[in-house]
Design a protein around this ligand. Sequence first.
Ligand code: F6P
Ligand code: MN
Length: 367
Amino acid sequence: MPQRPQPHQPHQPHRKTLTQFLIEERRRYPQASGGFNGLILNVAMACKEIARAVALGALGGLHGSADGAVNVQGETQQKLDVLSNAAFLRVNEWGGYLAGMASEEMEVPYQIPPQYPRGKYLLVFDPLDGSSNIDVNVSVGSIFSVLRAPEGADAVAEQDFLQPGTAQVAAGYAIYGPTTMLVLTVGNGVNGFTLDPNLGEFFLTHASLEVPADTHEFAINTSNSRFWEAPVRQYVSECVAGRSGPRGKDFNMRWIASMVAEAHRILMRGGVFMYPRDSKDPARAGRLRLLYEANPIAFLMEQAGGRASTGRQPLMSVQPGALHQRIGVIFGSRNEVERIERYHADPPGAELPNPLFNERSLFRVPA
Ligand code: F6P
Ligand code: MN
């Protein structure tokens, strides 16, 4: 006879919510106030709101660019960029744990309105990364980083945010794909939570994520190859050469043009991502922004056993000079990132002919 479950024996195994996870983390620090958990839960709330808006797609009337709006980076703002930025501000300003916020979509830091208490953290975010992909229904996401606020001053200034990645207290992203996930580090490994859309709750589904040290998958926008520096050219040409080249193995390439989606793939199965410094626009040191794109992803990668670098130094050791500073970014499987760093430390000289850059090459060196 089939056994009927006893009333005190639930059918389903207990699933850990993000709230339970945070409470259990906090128990390790008896002196913690709980404000930090409130902060993360509010960030998660903003992400749920954005997930909903993204999932409605054209039905939500929010596809396309915001009327004439251009952000501080000179990029066209999508309607969903504007909505996502507003969601982050509204959901996080009241809690009393923040001294200020900064975002890809705002030129200057956001001050906590005077009616709310001021807290000890700073929140920095890219409210909707990869937003040029929204209208084509490809995964986008929100990236965030938590820093400590300096004590004392009433208003926050740009200078307060200019902290190296090593100073981050927490970082993470939400990815809005076939499922919505929140991936988080509080400096004690990386954990992934999946949104149950029926309950509106994030549940721990990917505990202690680890990036494999080796990979055969790389991601780079090869349309920029003529602007790359020699170490990147060498690395990519060796990957492309595959089994018959110096690496002796075939590689595969991916480019989603949504960094959060690339970072997620790498956290799930390894790989290496590069948006390196190049000569495309001499005024810029790279494409991605240090404080709210590169550093939070670097923190996640390193907490998952991967590595993140500019090619010349660990990404998180870079002292930021400006809120919207750009930087060359290389992250993912540790052995590949270290190899690319070695190529930067010891650049291939002109005396080392590379057959992949001759006239039959995919990445031909311009004459
Ligand atoms: O926010 C910058 C971003 O959208 C990243 O998500 C992505 O990796 C990159 O730009 C795509 O750049 P490109 O248009 O050069 O492929
Ligand atoms: Mn972005």
